[in-house]
Design a protein around this ligand. Structure first.
Ligand SMILES: [Zn+2]
Ligand SMILES: [Zn+2]
Length: 217
């Protein structure tokens, strides 16, 4: 990888972080939300001077559960499964990142507003998602959405994201649970996720009567 190689995120060199294409493979489609998440992740890592973490060095708190979260996971390595991604869905495209190594934290939010062409996109989106779009309308919609994502990837960082250093308490480490057997359904369950019902430890679905109903039973 040579120094002149550039990925779509402008100032971020390819090789430093996963490519946008890797995010698309994970997410399943190209969209502006994913592109914004990509720029947020790249900006956060640059601001904190961190590389993709091996384990829980970096922690992300996402204020949305939308498309952008998938780019955050691929690029920063803060993932739902590792426990270093916390989602507090406030419906805001803002993300905080805490580096355990340096104790520094930044909050990155998007300042990009889609200029022009949004009426056409909204109209086409309605048609595409209600399955009433013609093949030409559908491909026009995909083209507009892709153009919008590519524009987000090509703009200078300051036109897409705002990075602010914040005070943040170190988030607690992911808990490691032991496994016990639910007294009701006999399935293994993490001990920290059980409820005491009539003196017996049961899993939450059994305690709440919300276990998945097996077909034909
Ligand atoms: Zn998406
Ligand atoms: Zn159970």
């Amino acid at each position: 990888m040579c120094d002149t190689d550039e990925n779509p995120a402008g100032t971020v060199r390819a090789g430093d972080i996963p490519s946008f294409e890797e995010c698309v493979t994970f997410h399943g489609h190209v969209c502006p939300g994913l592109a914004l998440g990509y720029r947020v992740a790249a900006a956060a890592m640059e601001a904190l001077g961190v590389r993709r973490p091996y384990d829980e060095e970096l922690v992300a708190v996402a204020e949305t559960d939308a498309c952008g979260v998938d780019a955050i996971q691929v690029v920063t390595g803060c993932t739902a499964g590792k426990g270093n991604l916390v989602i507090r869905d406030y419906g805001k495209h803002a993300f905080s990142f805490f580096s355990r190594e340096s104790g520094r934290a930044v909050r990155v939010r998007t300042c990009y507003s889609n200029a022009g062409g949004q009426d056409e996109v909204s109209l086409l989106r309605k048609k595409v998602f209600s399955h009433t779009a013609t093949p030409a309308e559908e491909s026009r919609y995909r083209e507009l959405v892709k153009d919008s994502a590519m524009r987000i990837l090509s703009l200078p960082a300051e036109q897409v994201v705002i990075v602010e250093e914040i005070e943040m308490e170190p988030p607690s480490m992911a808990r490691i649970y032991n496994t016990v057997i639910c007294s009701c359904c006999d399935e293994p369950v993490a001990d920290g996720k059980t409820r005491l019902v009539d003196g017996k430890y049961v899993c939450i679905p059994c305690a709440e009567g919300s276990s998945p109903r097996k077909k034909g039973v």
